[in-house]
Design a protein around this ligand. Structure first.
Ligand SMILES: Cc1cc2nc3c(=O)[nH]c(=O)nc-3n(C[C@H](O)[C@H](O)[C@H](O)COP(=O)(O)OP(=O)(O)OC[C@H]3O[C@@H](n4cnc5c(N)ncnc54)[C@H](O)[C@@H]3O)c2cc1C
Length: 402
């Protein structure tokens, strides 16, 4: 593993830092709503070759040569100053790479540019009430009727469906085929008659999840990615990108710094909590996890830079398992440091006043939120199965085949 960057890459870092002097925006631009400011800066980032590097120029990206170390440097530097980079939405982060791999030319031209800018928002319609970990058992149906698919059934846990213009979803199109072979990957406009989005309220008081019901909803027959009945293979590609979005070592380091600040500001027996031996032991343990994630990430970048990406399949899966677990440890430790203030913290409404980690409310929300990513995109147990079976070649777990 290389822990040093080459002189060439350090020079590249200098160019990134120079570019980042343009963030935050100044003058009249700084008065615009934040979403517009971010869009302006992201466009400049594309022109400079720092944003959407793997997306061809024809579809709105900056089409740069593959360079994993350069990607990491950009990530590090953009993260430090909080500058807007590639959107990590379902559209830009998950659908776009899937279309690049499986989409037709017409689909790439039509859907990629507005997904990159966020003008067209997407949601992911995979999970159903009886089909989460065992996703291939899904029952939502699409029947071809002339030049339209007719959709019937229900999706659940559909994040941000209430704001989405489009859904990429999995539907059973060949009811008689074996379960993995009967699924197609469809692109569904959310404004069609027969589609109803119902909110699911979360324990923290917010509403990000939904149920989506389809009752004879019709979409064009051409809104299919890949071949009919081969949606499972297409969906695998999307899931890899989803898992890669979860597990960012920079986010972990920042959360850990916030935790240290909290430990300094709270007291135990009249002394700063950070001097308490029990707290120190927990902090040291968490620091070990954070460092391990950082080093593991470095190892992957080293391998990717040498063109050995396939060999690092195991660490890539490990990122999600390990980072979601570490984020939970950080949030749990913060919650314990808050003692009674955590239990009594008012919810959501206080957050804007204080910021996410400067108040007990921020930490309590973070604690609640930290439970979700370990389940989203495939629960930890499932990831461990995949790592064991495909990564280490262990015997396969028992599975239902129909
Ligand atoms: C924050 C968040 C956002 C989400 N967003 C979306 C979204 O936008 N779109 C979407 O389609 N879905 C979304 N989901 C749903 C998510 O994909 C599912 O929750 C997940 O796949 C698990 O499915 P399940 O909830 O049905 O749990 P189950 O599959 O019922 O699993 C329950 C428990 O059993 C364990 N388990 C199940 N099978 C096995 C096995 N074979 N071996 C060992 N343990 C097993 C699991 O690990 C889990 O702990 C989201 C979930 C979360 C938490």
């Amino acid at each position: 593993m290389d822990l040093e960057y080459s002189a060439e890459h350090e020079a590249f870092r200098g160019r990134v830092q120079e570019f980042l002097k343009g963030w935050p925006l100044t003058g009249a631009e700084s008065k615009l709503p934040m979403e517009e400011q971010e869009a302006i800066f992201r466009k400049r980032g594309i022109e400079a070759g720092f944003v959407y590097r793997s997306v061809p120029k024809a579809y709105g990206g900056s089409e740069q040569p593959r360079d994993a170390i350069a990607d990491r440097i950009i990530q590090e530097e953009f993260y430090k100053v909080g500058a807007p980079r590639d959107l990590l939405t379902q559209g830009a982060g998950m659908l776009v790479p899937t279309l690049l791999e499986f989409g037709t030319e017409a689909q790439k031209e039509r859907y990629i540019p507005p997904a990159l800018t966020g003008e067209e928002r997407w949601c992911q319609g995979y999970s159903e009430p009886g089909s989460g970990s065992d996703l291939a058992s899904l029952q939502c149906q699409a029947r071809l009727d002339g030049d339209e698919w007719v959709l019937n059934g229900q999706k659940i846990w559909t994040s941000s469906a209430q704001r989405a213009h489009m859904m990429f979803g999995l539907f059973r199109t060949e009811p008689d085929a074996k379960k993995h072979d009967g699924i197609s990957y469809l692109l569904v406009p959310m404004d069609r008659p027969g589609i109803e989005v119902r909110p699911l309220k979360e324990m923290a008081g917010g509403h990000e999840f939904n149920e989506v019901f389809f009752t004879d909803a019709r979409i064009p027959a051409g809104n299919i990615v890949g071949q009919r009945g081969q949606g499972w293979q297409v969906s695998r590609a999307t899931l890899v990108h989803e898992r890669n979005l979860i597990g960012n070592p920079f986010m972990m380091r920042e959360a850990f710094s916030d935790l240290l600040a909290l430990a300094r500001s709270r007291t135990r027996d009249g002394r700063p909590a950070i001097e308490d031996p029990g707290i120190r032991r927990r902090l040291a343990e968490i620091e070990g996890y954070v460092q391990t994630c950082e080093l593991s990430n470095m190892r992957q970048f080293t391998a990717a830079n040498r063109g050995e990406m396939l060999k690092v399949m195991r660490p890539m899966m490990m990122n999600k398992v390990f980072s979601t677990d570490t984020m939970q440890r950080i949030a749990r430790c913060a919650y314990d440091l808050l003692e009674g203030d955590g239990v009594l913290a008012p919810l959501e409404e206080e957050l804007d006043k204080w910021g996410r980690t400067a108040s007990p409310t921020g930490w309590v929300l973070q604690y609640m939120f930290s439970l979700g990513p370990a389940i989203a995109g495939g629960a930890t147990n499932i990831q461990l199965n995949i790592i064991g079976e495909r990564g280490y070649g262990l015997p396969r777990d028992l599975r239902r085949t129909s």
